[in-house]
Design a binder for this molecule. Structure first.
Ligand SMILES: *Cc1c(COP(=O)(O)O)cnc(C)c1O
Length: 382
């Protein structure tokens, strides 16, 4: 007979019910979920083909169109984190051999490069130092040179805190007959974003940053122009789970079983989106801007220097230079252990050089800024 594997009795008896510390999450994500969102998530689940759930899916779609300012029919939530929605975008939009031009001015540009390469794209890059953005002239020159099928840009580079300006980029892409793919993971809900007006063809985001929801259900949208490319593919999408021709049937009128939706996460996402709609998108953007300016002022009063030029700074994420002689990691550890506040360290080129402070969704509040500034005042060397 086979013996069942088990943990021994003393271990079993020692395991207490789950208890986690309370944190104020002011890093690059996740951010704290809104209490009403957590409450919605606690609703007992129904089946993923229950008529009531199908209504909820429709509501998620319309709310996503609103927060993204798009009329794209195929606007859905991918089951998975932002990276899954990113992969869905790349997997569906690229065919082997497609030239994909990626603007790399931070960590997530590099992730796009890696992903597109895995789907067989002929990847070209346009590079800028971390913290800077691409001008229309630079993009035009690169499009002339590479003639890509897709131009991929990161709207809000969470690794640097810089905002890529997108006005005019869609027109440029139309002039060169390419699709515009944009990472809006750290901008959706917190940074002004007009997908249709800016001519964005493919975009993805996440739930746990600007939308104030737990991670796991991630917005994805595709324009009619990009849809045409998808319908004319010569090859199948090389990822079954994320293939929009299959997923679209579950979200569309067919309602064909594809996978079991993470029901409770969709409850949470609907509530998070509903809260944005209730506040009003423009008010939500203004709140993020107001609170981040208050943060910048407070940080500068503490004698700290911000990494990105003011004009291009994100309202959702601020990079702060670690002062000479200060142990950046020791400070983040102290903030977490003694004050229950999480902030992020630098990534890639900015590793060891910067802290990353996020004010996203529910956390974009004056109280969270005050709490952080007070803690920093205590822990920073005088
Ligand atoms: C967080 C983030 C991602 C990845 O999202 P996950 O939810 O962590 O998978 C992608 N792009 C950007 C710009 C991000 O900030």
């Amino acid at each position: 007979m086979t013996r069942t594997l088990s943990i021994n009795d003393s271990q079993r008896l020692q395991l207490a019910p789950l208890e986690m510390p309370t944190r104020l999450l002011l890093g690059p994500g996740p951010s704290n979920a809104h209490p009403a969102v957590l409450q919605a998530m606690n609703t007992p689940p129904v089946g993923h083909l229950d008529p009531a759930f199908l209504v909820l899916m429709d509501e998620i779609q319309s709310l996503l169109r609103y927060v993204w300012q798009t009329e794209n029919l195929l606007t859905i939530a991918v089951s998975g984190t932002g990276t899954a929605a990113m992969e869905a975008t790349i997997a569906n939009a690229t065919e082997p051999g497609d030239v994909v031009l990626v603007g790399v001015n931070g960590y997530f540009g590099n992730r796009l490069v890696d992903m597109a390469g895995r789907y067989g794209a002929d990847v070209r890059t346009l590079r800028k130092p971390w913290g800077q953005i691409f001008t229309l002239d630079e993009l035009r020159t690169a499009l002339e040179q590479h003639r890509p099928a897709i131009l991929a840009l990161v709207h809000a580079e969470t690794s640097t805190g810089a905002r890529q300006l997108l006005e005019g980029v869609g027109d440029l892409c139309r002039e060169f007959g390419c699709l515009l793919l944009v990472d809006t993971v750290t901008s959706l809900g917190g940074v002004p974003l007009f997908l249709d007006a800016w001519g964005v063809d493919l975009a993805y985001s996440c739930s746990q940053k600007g939308l104030g929801c737990p991670p796991g259900a991630s917005p994805f949208t595709i324009s009619p122009r990009a849809m045409e490319k998808l319908q004319q593919r010569r090859t199948k999408v090389a990822n079954w789970y994320l293939d929009m021709s299959l997923l679209g049937k579950y979200w569309g009128s067919d309602r064909t079983y594809h996978h079991t939706a993470p029901i409770n996460l969709y409850y949470a996402l609907r509530e998070a989106l509903r809260l944005v709609a209730e506040e009003g998108l423009a008010n939500c953007w203004q709140r993020h801007q107001r609170n981040v300016e208050y943060l910048w002022e407070g940080l500068e009063d503490l004698g700290l220097t911000l990494h990105v030029e003011r004009e291009f700074r994100l309202p959702t994420l601020t990079t702060v230079r670690i002062p000479e002689g200060v142990d950046g990691k020791a400070i983040t550890r102290q903030l977490l252990n003694e004050y229950g506040i999480e902030i992020g360290g630098g990534l890639g080129e900015l590793a060891g050089q910067a802290w990353r402070i996020g004010l996203m969704g529910f956390n974009s509040r004056q109280e969270s800024v005050d709490q952080l500034l007070e803690a920093l005042r205590q822990v920073l060397p005088k």
